[in-house]
Design a protein around this ligand. Structure first.
Ligand SMILES: Nc1nc2c(c(=O)[nH]1)N[C@H]1C(S)=C(S)[C@@H](COP(=O)(O)O)O[C@H]1N2
Ligand SMILES: [Mo]
Length: 256
């Protein structure tokens, strides 16, 4: 029992305004894209390429990145939450990169690297479980086109930062599996978002190997691809961390 449950129908006015603002920004971006398509697709097509995308489109993508880091993912935007009764009893699992072998929590640790001081912080599962537990029921969305209301429990990543006095003035937070096979990059505002959890429970039980035992990320302001399972290392950095699915062409921010 911790987070108050708030059905989507009883969102506060502030939350509704935030959602409206986010939709407006999405449509504004779409509208701009459509307009530039109508007016100048031929011109756009003939421009030089940057990182595999013609320069004007690349700069539009960069502008979206800028919006993502500054406006859209400020802590003010909350994903809608649902009553526990709405959560899937057997949550769907997807993606097993970096989860090759089963793992014993006693052989696992979380390494947190502050790239300014170099000396990593090492935490065991009990250290994380000692922080205040937070639960969330939200609509988990995969870019492949499915979504499901799920109930997760863990600790706020922002509480880990606060408790261990980790610096929040880095631009990015990178996370990878212990074998480094799966990795994600997050902007700091999303990492510190109040709904972003290091999760060790699903429906009140330990998470399964398929769900990323012993510790995975739950980040409701992002698509499933950013919700890395079985976190081994967290790095605080000003350089954009590598990202498994961004390397396959997906939007780096994968924001909702
Ligand atoms: N380590 C790891 N984390 C991962 C993935 C993966 O393949 N490996 N897949 C991602 C994708 S695409 C999704 S949709 C979610 C799925 O989480 P679930 O298995 O709990 O549904 O995990 C994400 N995290
Ligand atoms: Mo996904």
């Amino acid at each position: 029992m911790s987070t108050p449950i708030k059905p989507s129908s009883t969102l506060t006015l502030e939350q509704k305004k935030n959602i409206t603002r986010r939709n407006f920004l999405s449509f504004a971006t779409l509208g701009f894209g459509a307009l530039s398509g109508i007016l100048g697709w031929n011109w756009v097509r003939k421009q030089p390429e940057v990182d595999g995308t013609v320069a004007p489109l690349r700069s539009m993508l960069e502008t979206n990145g800028f919006l993502n880091e500054t406006v859209l993912y400020s802590n003010a935007h909350l994903a809608p939450e649902y009553p526990r009764s709405a959560a899937a009893v057997e949550p769907r699992t997807n993606g097993d990169v970096g989860l090759d072998e089963d793992i014993d929590a006693r052989d696992w640790k979380l390494t947190i690297v502050d790239t300014k001081i170099g000396k990593p912080l090492e935490l065991v599962l009990a250290d994380i479980m000692a922080l205040p537990k937070t639960e969330i029921v939200f609509d988990f969305k995969c870019v492949e086109g499915w979504n499901e209301i799920q109930h997760w429990g863990g600790v706020r990543l922002s509480d880990v930062f606060r408790n261990y006095a980790l610096p929040t003035d880095f631009r990015y937070v990178g996370m990878s599996t212990p074998d480094k096979a799966y990795y994600v990059g997050l902007d700091m505002a999303s990492a510190l978002h109040p709904q972003t959890l290091l999760a060790f429970e699903s429906n009140g039980q330990d998470i399964s190997f398929e769900q990323g035992y012993p510790l995975r990320l739950i980040i409701p302001v992002k698509y499933g691809i950013k919700n890395i399972k079985r976190i081994g290392t967290i790095i605080l950095t000003n350089e954009r961390p590598p990202d498994y699915w961004a390397e396959q062409g997906y939007d780096y921010h994968a924001g909702l």
